[in-house]
Design a protein around this ligand. Structure first.
Ligand code: SAH
Ligand code: SF4
Length: 358
């Protein structure tokens, strides 16, 4: 009987050291590793493109490794081409998505850290499917490399990465930290940790650990409610890590890293956009080095929630401002196609139809 077909490992599944050891075994100097990584960062789609690597070594690399483990299964454009969402199939069959958002002064990639999410927030498309698995560090980095490959042809380069795609980054801690190190490594993408945002539903022990990593990534806390009884429902991990302790740990992270903490607040009409909510948020964050990001809900089918209208978004923003907090309204990229991260996956799962980029 035939066993399962084993794929060649992805080149980035090897650490720098492991790749250098492999190179030594193949009679090549260690500096070839930096060359390979440099080509990866510049968007090489094959080892054969790596012109300053001797041909026999390129052949050896190709025989033993894949350039990437990700397979594009669907691409969708929105916002007149300013937003591109890509759904990837991972080894083993799970899928994740990432979203490139183009702005005047930056190009931001929203990246996934897990296939599915174990937290199960009731308004989130990702939380609706059974949890799949944690991504490996190289699978996270490969999403960034794919975006880095797409952008130069448009005269752009990838400048920011946000862990706001599928999954709870702090529930896949080691791989996320390793991927941040790779994404910020000058031998690879060289994106400053300051331009990398890790968004979390609030795993307090991991926030403390992240503060000790000397990475200084920007931390975003998905708050959505300032009182425990409401947050217990909207972000179920709150039952384990209540909101006041969460804010204390986030602020401690901010002090340790010198980075201002962002608090995300998905606006759900009639649920968390009232005067009471603004007041409670004010009590929680007043006087702290913090920024509040209001995100109008992107409707997800089969949830009991609705998006607020423009007037109530404006009113809530003013109420929060009146509490003395820094607050902005996040622009809702991708609304006309498959909306936020997680929703392309949802639609593809729903329809099982493949859209290919033109
Ligand atoms: N699991 C992490 C990171 C991924 S979610 C977290 O929850 O922080 C990234 C952000 O998108 C979170 O703030 C999340 O609450 C928000 N989000 C999820 N579903 C949304 C929706 N349908 N509309 C608007 N924002 C949503
Ligand atoms: Fe998971 Fe974040 Fe979605 Fe909650 S909002 S289910 S933590 S991805």
């Amino acid at each position: 009987m035939n066993g399962p077909v084993t794929e060649r490992p992805a080149i980035l599944s090897l650490s720098a050291k492991a790749l250098e050891e492999w190179l030594a075994e193949h009679g090549a100097p260690a500096y070839r590793r930096k060359q390979v990584w440099g080509w990866m960062a510049r968007g090489a789609a094959s080892f054969d493109e790596m012109r300053d690597i001797p041909k026999p070594l390129r052949t050896d690399l190709d025989r033993e490794f894949r350039i990437t483990s990700l397979r594009q299964v669907a691409v969708s454009q929105a916002d007149s081409g300013l937003t591109t969402k890509t759904l990837y199939e991972l080894d083993g069959g799970h899928s994740v998505e990432s979203v490139v958002m183009r702005y005047a002064d930056r190009s931001t990639l929203c990246i996934s850290s897990q296939a599915g999410c174990p937290i199960g927030c009731p308004f989130c498309a990702t939380g609706k499917f059974p949890f799949g698995r944690n991504l490996k560090a190289h699978e996270i980095v490969e999403q960034a490399l794919d975006a880095a490959r797409m952008l130069p042809a448009e005269g752009r380069r990838l400048s920011h990465v946000v862990f706001m795609g599928m999954g709870e980054p702090m529930a896949n801690y080691q791989a996320v930290v390793e991927s941040v190190r790779r994404i910020s490594d000058v031998d690879l993408l060289g994106i400053s940790p300051r331009r990398i945002v890790v968004s979390t539903s609030g795993l307090i022990p991991r926030i403390a650990q992240l503060g000790d990593e000397k990475l200084a990534v920007t931390l975003a806390i998905s708050l959505h409610a300032a009182r425990d009884d409401l947050r217990d429902v909207l972000v179920p991990i709150n039952r384990k890590y209540p909101v006041a302790e969460l804010v204390a740990s986030a602020q401690a992270y901010g002090v340790k890293t010198g980075r201002r903490v962002s608090y995300e607040w998905v606006l759900l009409a009639g649920v968390n956009d009232t005067e009471r909510d603004a007041r409670e948020l004010g009590v929680l964050l007043r006087g702290k080095l913090a920024h509040v990001n209001l995100i109008p809900f992107n409707p997800v089918e089969d949830t009991p929630y609705e998006a607020p209208d423009r007037a109530s978004v404006r009113r809530f923003k003013e109420l929060v401002q009146a509490e003395g907090l820094n607050v902005t309204v996040r622009d809702t990229r991708g609304r006309d196609a498959d909306a936020a991260c997680g929703q392309l996956h949802e639609r593809v799962m729903r329809e099982r139809q493949t859209v290919t980029a033109s």
